[in-house]
Design a protein around this ligand. Structure first.
Ligand SMILES: Nc1ncnc2c1ncn2[C@@H]1O[C@H](COP(=O)(O)OP(=O)(O)OP(=O)(O)O)[C@@H](O)[C@H]1O
Ligand SMILES: CC(C)(CO)[C@@H](O)C(=O)NCCC(=O)O
Length: 407
């Protein structure tokens, strides 16, 4: 796949643009879609019956010029996703092997637990067969691909400061990939397709959203996240200073402001849930879960001597407080030895891996050469500093210019 990464907000897909190669990642909380649309107005010579912009690539194989698009839906609203696919006529255009007869069975790549759970629904509602790809394989393929193909993919985040990390392609492995979805998977990656899921935790994004919803009555994940901006976790968390009369516990390296016990103040305050502000609850919860994931991730990295830990998954949402907490946890427990890094396309690793598996099965030949690097995160903000509230999330309208070479 020739990727030209540009800070380009894709226009709504024109009806003439052909959508092809849709891939799904159907998780416990969210469905992620990655799909390719061809440039209908490309000046490349067209030899295709489908009037798709096609030029000749290496060895005379057809090259489609176009864009990669990203979209997500709540899994609970899977019918919206199905309507979206139907509205784009995705199912009509190009899941068959290039040049295959139109009547051939329509199949799309899908990963995540929902590829199993909802297979019948896709068949029934869209007549599409889901071709299942393993979730861990896809996460790793997506991560390796992004780290190599997109210059501004990985970044560190500390004290409100974001710094891009240049990845040396010859020195990428081994690394730890921590995918924070509904639950959390920790994967030691040793090379392309070479990995082991070494740990996981059930305290993840689903826990934050589930508990947060019950405790704050928030109606959406974004509302809960937004609340956390304004909250003060010290109202609920028991700090070392609360226990030590305002003093640090220097002997074991704990400052008075370190959280000794998340939500610990609630046991002694003689207050009810209603007496706490939702924003304080949200902040405390976000901190508790992010800190816990950062700590477990580091301990697992330590088991294998890994210094680089990449955090992904839609729990993060480019959110400053989340990233800061994870980074501080890794820094604290590793005594500055290990580094937490974050990925721009955080939640789309599995879907991208699923998309790339068309290549594995001979539908595509993906080649990468990146021409431009820009960050959708900061470019509109004129700097590397993420402000509060940050918007580090990949804008769903953001597309990646690319071309795919059909094999
Ligand atoms: N709009 C949203 N609605 C619901 N959850 C969201 C939203 N945005 C971010 N999240 C967070 O992202 C998490 C899901 O992340 P992600 O899509 O990476 O995982 P998943 O694939 O659904 O989960 P799993 O891999 O465990 O099946 C949610 O649990 C929640 O914490
Ligand atoms: C079950 C999966 C892999 C589904 O994506 C994920 O939610 C997860 O890694 N959960 C954590 C399970 C555990 O290892 O405790």
């Amino acid at each position: 796949m020739d990727i030209v990464e540009s800070k380009q907000i894709s226009e709504p897909i024109k009806s003439e643009a052909q959508i092809s190669h849709l891939a799904l990642d159907i998780g416990g909380s969210l469905i992620k879609l990655v799909y390719f649309s061809t440039n209908s107005d490309s000046s490349a010579s067209s030899s295709s019956k489908d009037s798709v912009a096609v030029s000749s690539g290496n060895e005379g194989r057809p090259v489609l010029e176009g864009k990669l698009h990203f979209a997500k839906f709540e899994t609970a609203k899977i019918n919206d996703c199905i309507d979206f696919i139907r509205s784009k006529q995705l199912r009509l255009s190009g899941f068959q092997k290039h040049g295959a007869p139109a009547g051939e069975k329509c199949t799309i790549k899908a990963t995540g637990g929902g590829a199993y759970k909802y297979a019948d629904l896709f068949k029934e509602k869209l007549g599409i067969c889901l071709d299942k790809e393993d979730e861990m394989d896809c996460l790793v393929a997506g991560s390796n691909f992004l780290l190599k193909a997109v210059h501004t993919e990985a970044f560190t985040y500390m004290d409100g400061q974001k710094e891009f990390v240049q990845i040396d392609h010859d020195d990428l492995y081994p690394y730890m990939l921590v995918n924070i979805g509904s639950g959390v998977s920790m994967i030691k990656v040793d090379g392309p397709g070479k990995f082991e899921r070494v740990s996981g935790t059930n305290v993840g994004g689903g826990t934050f959203w589930g508990l947060g919803r019950l405790l704050t009555k928030c109606k959406s994940f974004d509302e809960l996240l937004e609340l956390s901006h304004r909250g003060n976790n010290r109202v609920i968390d028991m700090l070392v200073g609360d226990i030590y009369g305002g003093m640090d516990y220097t002997k074991i390296g704990l400052s008075s402001t370190t959280i000794a016990s998340s939500f610990g103040k609630a046991i002694s305050d003689n207050k009810e849930l209603e007496d706490y502000k939702p924003e304080d609850i949200s902040r405390s919860l976000l901190r508790m879960i992010s800190n816990n994931i950062g700590q477990i991730s580091y301990l697992n990295a330590l088991r294998f001597g890994l210094k680089r830990i990449f955090f992904a998954g839609f729990f993060i949402r480019g959110h400053a407080y989340t990233m800061d907490t994870i980074a501080v946890a890794v820094h604290f427990w590793s005594k500055g030895e290990a580094k937490a890094m974050f990925l721009k396309h955080e939640g789309f690793l599995g879907a991208l891996g699923s998309f790339m598996s068309y290549e594995k099965h001979g539908f595509l030949n993906l080649k990468v050469h990146q021409l431009v690097q820009q960050s959708p995160v900061d470019a509109s903000r004129g700097g590397d500093k993420i402000h509060d509230p940050p918007n580090g999330e990949l804008n769903e309208n953001q597309s990646i210019d690319c071309s795919i070479c059909l094999s």
